[in-house]
Structures are given as C-alpha cells and as structure tokens.
Design a protein around this ligand. Structure first.
Ligand SMILES: *Cc1c(COP(=O)(O)O)cnc(C)c1O
Length: 452
C-alpha cells in the first residue's frame, strides 16, 4: 500500500467527526443535515488535495475549523445588528428609526400573548383593528380620524386609488419628486389609476395655476413635501391654507403628503422647520399622510389622518386590507405615540434623543474615544436623514482616524462583530458618537483597535 493510500485511510469518517464535541455544537447551530453535508464536502476536498498535491498530512482540527468557517460563510444571516457611526440618524439603509424601550417592550408583549387585535372585550364579538392607534393620533394631531397602513408609499397608493381613480389629481411641477430607491410620485399616481395634472413650473407654482387646472374631472389637489432636496432662490409655492381654501371652494380634496411628518418642531434644535402634522391638519387638509419610521421615531408604517368622511372611504376600500399592519406594528406605534402625549419624546424616542443630544456631550464622547484608541477630535455635521430636512445639519464632534487606506479600514470595520458603519472624508475615517448607542461603545472601540 502506498503512503498516499495509508494517508487517505486515516481520514476520519463522517460519523466519527459527528461524535466530536466541536462538530456536535455545530449541529446545534445549523442542524444535522447541513453539518453532514459540509463534512462530506470537506472530506472530499481534503481527499482530492491529498491525492493531487505533495501534502503528506492533514490535521483533524484544521478540518473541523474549515467546516465551521464554510458553514458560517454560507449561512450567515443577512439581517443583523450594526453600529451606526455615520451620524445619519434616520438611515434608511440601516433600518431608519430605532424604537424606544417602551415600544420594544410593547412589541415583545404583543408577540408573546394573545391580544385584542380584533376583539371587543365589552361585547365579546369581533372588533376592528383599525381603531387601535386612531384615538391617540386624533388627540395628538387634532384630526377627526386616523388610519395606519404599511408605509407612507402605501398610504399614497390607498388615498389615490380610493379617492382619485379615473379622475384628475392636480400637483405642482416642483413636487413631482423621486423619494429614493426609484419611488416616484408620478409612477405611484399612474399605478393607482389617477391622472396627473402638472401645474406651474419647476421653481414656481401660484395658486392661480391650481385654480385654472381644476375642473369637473378633478378629485384632489396633492401637495408632496420635497423631502430629500431643497429649492432655493427664485421659488414659490402657495401656502397650504391657500390650497385647502381653493379645494374647498371647488369641491375637491386637499391632500398633504408630508413625508417625514414631525409631531415636534425641529427648529429649536438649530434645524430648518420641518412642517408638522398638526400644522397641516390646522391648515384644513382633508388628508395628511406621513411615515411612521422617519421623524415620528416609530415602526415602519404609513399614517393617514384627516376628515372622518375621507377616512371612512379609505377604510372600506379593498386595498386597506392588503396594506394593513400587524399587531407588532400597532403595539410599537401606540407606545411611540404615548411618548408624545406624556411629553417625554425627547428623552425616550431615540430619533429625538439623538437630535436633542448636546454638542458638549458628543464632544466629550469623541474625546473619550480618542483617549482610548487615538485619532483626533474634529468638528463636523450629523444629518437627520430619512428624506427629512435636506440641506440642514446638526453640528457634531467626530473622531477622525488617519490610516494608510481609509477604504480598507472601512472594510475592516464592516467585518467587525458587530459590523461598524463609518464614513470617510479627506482621507480619514470619521466616527460620529451621535448615532452610537451607549451599549455599543465597547464593541466599537475594540473594532477601532483592530484597523490599520
Ligand atoms: C419617505 C417619503 C415617502 C415614502 O414613505 P415610506 O414610509 O418610506 O413608504 C413618501 N412621500 C414622501 C414625501 C417621503 O418623504
């Protein structure tokens, strides 16, 4: 028997490997089927290598290591937590708004136990899920009624399908926006069967432009907030009160797509004023729609508030069923809204806590990082993000790290556990403490120590 054959005979069997503790632990993570498959593939590879190369030995521990690595590579989860050191508070690619502790708890309770999602405790009969967040939304916004759907894009689709199908919707040319990820207002309108009537010019639209376009086929005037860009210079848009007065006089609806939809004024934080939901309701809009996971700071959802008669039509449309949200979303939404009612949103809702965080606190944080891992502290800007407040930023302090290749450092940070997402400017890696959670700091510093 040749040496090679003797060597091959010493290769362990699948069964003997399965009996090893390290491999047994892998079966508890990945299941026996996947582990057996990986063992067979690895043994076949090793056998081929031994036959074809000059190798005269193998180590069983190395074999097990490579099985573990290949399992980890092939079956790593695609949705996992990261450390957001970009300073972009509502980062759409990183999951937008984080939830408050009480919203997290409300989701866990709703997940654990049966609940009254569609059950009326008074009568013991079937109830409606559509009531859940409605009362608190009415209280907070002053609107007559409210409805929660899957996201703000769904809200628009439902509004246009239920109230403007086969009819005309008048919108300013300056508001035919693409929101991101290819989501364009004109495309949505086409899909819902509403005919788009563009008025005005890119930079200026007057109330008379709207008035001239309205006719017996018109269903509504739609205003869409230019959430991700800013027009400056020779620009003009009528005030919402002018639009709602015109709509009322001509018997059409006035609908305001606020995009982010703040319930709290952003101006006291040195930001531009983001229009609030309360302002749009007070201005007389029949319907106002906005996202749940942008400045509201809650779960992904689209919220529609407005007149009881318009909302009744939305609720009874077949699409309302297709676009409805589940119990987890309701639970998180109500818990988030309760912060606004109690008046503790700035402390408890992460989006607002990050917006309100003082520059002094952020600088102290950056300096403490710098003392531990090096780098210098520089002034910079954080962004609110999420298609809100374009062109305005929050002054921040950044940890700036010089490295031979910032690109490579960014890659190394992304490979850390948990991954760290940072940015580069002027050939340095920049880390913004504003969006890093206190409990993530130790991991962040460890990841920073390993870059070069
Ligand atoms: C973000 C945004 C939307 C889409 O909201 P989603 O909740 O992401 O579906 C629609 N309109 C405007 C103006 C927006 O800014």
């Amino acid at each position: 028997m040749s040496d090679k054959q003797a060597l091959l005979r010493r290769l362990p069997s699948v069964d003997s490997l399965l009996a090893q503790r390290a491999v047994h632990e892998l079966t508890q993570i990945y299941g026996r089927g996947l582990v057996v498959e990986a063992l067979r593939a690895q043994l076949a590879d090793t056998r081929r290598e031994l036959l074809e190369s000059q190798r005269t030995d193998f180590r069983e521990s190395a074999l097990i290591d490579s099985i573990e690595q290949s399992l980890r590579r092939r079956h790593k989860t695609t949705l996992s937590p990261v450390i957001n050191a970009t300073g972009v508070i509502i980062h759409t690619n990183l999951g937008r708004a984080l939830l408050s502790v009480s919203a997290q708890g409300a989701m866990a309770s709703a997940a654990r136990a049966y609940n009254t999602l569609e059950f009326d405790l008074e009568t013991g009969a079937r109830g409606s899920r559509l009531i859940h967040a409605a009362r608190i939304l009415r209280d907070l916004t002053g609107a007559e009624d409210a409805l929660v759907v899957n996201n703000n894009a769904s809200a628009l689709i439902l509004i246009l399908s239920a109230l403007a199908k086969g009819r005309e919707v008048v919108i300013s040319r300056g508001q035919l926006v693409e929101i991101g990820g290819g989501f364009r207002i004109p495309a949505i309108m086409r899909e819902s069967g509403a005919a788009l009537v563009e008025v005005g010019t890119t930079n200026r639209t007057r109330i008379d432009d709207y008035a001239e376009a309205l006719n017996e086929r018109s269903a509504m005037i739609l205003r869409a907030h230019a959430s991700n860009f800013k027009q400056i210079g020779f620009v003009q848009q009528p005030a919402l009160t002018e639009l709602t007065a015109l709509a009322r006089a001509r018997g059409v609806l006035a609908v305001d797509d606020l995009g982010s939809g703040a319930l709290i004024d952003t101006a006291p934080f040195g930001l531009d004023h983001e229009p609030t939901v309360q302002e749009s309701v007070a201005a007389g809009a029949d319907l106002v729609c906005f996202s749940g996971d942008k400045l509201l700071g809650g779960p992904q959802a689209g919220i529609i508030v407005g007149s009881a008669s318009a909302l009744a039509k939305l609720k009874s449309h077949p699409l309302a069923r297709a676009l409805r949200v589940d119990k987890l979303t309701y639970a998180a939404m109500i818990a988030t809204l309760e912060h606004y009612r109690r008046g503790d949103a700035l402390e408890q809702i992460p989006v607002w806590r990050m917006i309100a965080c003082s520059l002094g606190d952020i600088r102290a944080q950056a300096e403490s990082w710098s003392a531990q891992v090096g780098g210098s502290v520089i002034s910079g800007e954080s962004a609110v993000g999420g298609g809100s407040l374009p062109g305005t930023a929050l002054p921040t302090a950044l940890l700036a790290i010089d490295c031979a290749s910032p690109q490579r450092a960014l890659e190394q940070l992304r490979r850390a556990d948990p991954p760290v997402i940072a940015r580069i400017a002027e050939n340095r890696v920049l880390l913004d403490p504003r969006t890093v959670l206190p409990e993530q700091e130790a991991d962040l510093l460890q990841a920073l120590q390993s870059i070069n």
